[in-house]
Write a protein that binds this ligand. Sequence first.
Ligand code: GLC
Length: 821
Amino acid sequence: MSGLFPTRYGHFSADGREYVITRPDTPRPWVNVICPGRYGTVISQVGSGYSWLDHASFNRLTRWEQDLVRDAWGRYLYVRDRDSGRVWSLTWQPVQAKGARYVCRHGIGYTTFESSCDEIEARLTVFVPPDDTLEIWRIELRNTSRRKRRLDVFSYFEWNLGPSPDTHREFHRLFIETEYVASAGALLATKRLNTIAEHGVGQPWNTEWPHVAFHASSVRPRGHESDKERFLGRHGSVARPHAVVEGSLSGTTGKWQDGIGALHVALDLPGGAAREMALTLGLADTRAEALRLARRYRDPAAVERAWTRMRRHWDRLLGALEVTTPDPAFDTLTNTWLKYQAISSRLRGRTGYFQPGGAYGFRDQLQDSLVFLPLAPEHTRAQILLHAAHQFADGTAWHWWHPLTEEGLKKPLNDDLLWLPFVVCHYQRETGDFATLDERVAFLGADGRPSRERATLYEHCRRAIDSFWTRLSPHGVPRMGAGDWNDGLSAIGRELKAESVWLAQFLIGVLDEWVELERRRAKPDRAVMRHYAREAEKMRRAVNRHFWDGAWYVRATKDDGTPIGSRKNRDGRIYINAQTWAILSRVVPARRLPALLGSMEKHIYKKYGPVALAPAYRTPDASIGYLTRYAPGTRENGGLYTHAAVWAVQAECALGRTEQAWQLYRAFSPILRGRDPEHYAVEPYVTPGNVDGPDSPHFGRGGWTWYTGSAAWLFRISTEWLLGVRPEWDGLRVQPCLPAGWNGFRMRRRFRGATYRIDVKRGDRDEVRVDGDCHDGTLLPVFGDGRVHRVEVTLARASAATPAARAASSRRARPKASARR
Ligand code: GLC
């Protein structure tokens, strides 16, 4: 074993940029979600997976079934020795041949498989160029024997060409049409029926799939096939397809098959010789364009250039913020994998093995887009404007919507809309770009199409906030509507009477922030500032008067007024969000803080991180929702729900409880948990959506990796709260939570047009120097001069554990926070 954090299944490369899997039988599929732009592919450590354009469920190129045990659907490559007849595959699936070596390297934007079987060393790299709608499979075969080897390479996958799953296969296959174009070495495929109404394309069920797919080879194919039965054989299997065993493809194409794609390339390799080739799989809007792409990448130089562009794309994007700390697990997650996960899987692909997805969640991708702030804030801006365009004139929004069809779900989950001003405030803090607030965006009309009514982004946010004033309960807190952040509370507010305490806390935080934003506008609206400040204070009082349950905050009330997340309940007595956000939004008064923290420590902070609620619901409760129907201890029902767990880390940082914050962080760090793979099970390089809680027999087992809102949040909290470098309205704050045992760290970060090279260390007294000169306080100035600025921060040894206290004078709410301790 070598590399970082080795286990029996693999390790990180020394620079943390690759995860190297050294055997195929990982406890779950350990996958890579590769999506630099519109086109994406997911590939597991055994070579299974699927590909799509724009929408991973509505526009799936290749067929896949969500079977995480067999993990046996994908696009595969076989090798056959023409003399011995031996057959194996370049990935472990589908042949599962035991070779001398098998390595899968998941990297940023690519996955490479290295294998050695029957004295043939192979390297297969799958990658997606950032600017073309295809994937490239680069293959290198080396004959390590002395004899001449005559090899056949076969590719194989099933065309899906549209919405997935297309379970009614006998129906769908009748519309697929394939063609072979010898001059391009390419199979083409299209579908004469589209069952979804693609926006602007026309009627569903009476129009074509608006693409032409292609599968091409750089080496002239010897044969091709598009008939599944001819390839596999009647009752055949992907493990031993008839055509591969026989060594030839029938050349069938047309409209009358169960459509697959397979190419056959013959490669002869003298003893010791090596050869390279490339296969492509992709799609374009027209046949001509498909052929152009297929032809372009037959040229090895074009493949090499695409590889370079791909590497540069990710390096540029991820490299904009880098940290060096004494903790390699922290650095690996922060510098590489969290950003990649959030961008590739959550924002661009919106898909993963646990949730094939494809839609936009109004709250989800808005939150995810926070990851871009220090990297390329123009992407956050674009996301904000996209979501604003999915908001109705009354301020409410679609809960989620599908790109391609532009259809959405209108359901009153009353927190959704509030994420717009929340993210806008963060964007403003980062960029100071107030002009974006004047950007005009159309609202959705009642028919779900863009209406004639347009308003500035500022107005969009104001309508979201102001929609609450008519939706307050007699207690003075927001009605939950049909649910809030916790999707599983799906039945609690059917009559729209239920109250959400967490939502009150969230709203209070947004109101406070909006007052700060308003203050800095060219012409602040003083009446709004007064109104929002007053409402925030009123709501703080209301939450404290009506929803303090003795030692923690109640989570919500049902339509009939009974509480959940209360000591009066048998199950679900305490919920995490109503406690963490009481801290984050400065709702909890100093006198209650010790009790609140005591409750968190006692009920919420468990061995593998903070759980979403405790204890788990044991029996379904129809008056709460599907949350209570999950197996106890899983997902939101008492599991560690990573998205919510990260807010506990932030809350502890905000209180200056450094060691507690780091302890929580480490408890669920996938890299650290991944050191025990048999127990933890899932990938050690990305965050899981959840980890089973103590009420599950599998306490500590991870699940739902990749497609989770926790990635962007953990990245933010790691850099802004644990390392403490965060944008504020008037500058960049440096207020680290330096854990015991750390002497310091370095960070390179952009902020409003300048680069800050921050060097934090321990010393005899607190001191901040900017470009060599002493600087007062911990708020760094806005330079905006395109230059690099050196920032040296010294933290006095004695006080290093309580940075919040030291900085108390520098932030409005800090005095309260420090007094609470
Ligand atoms: C899922 C949803 C997200 C929700 C969370 C908690 O991740 O996509 O919108 O907030 O679950 O229920």
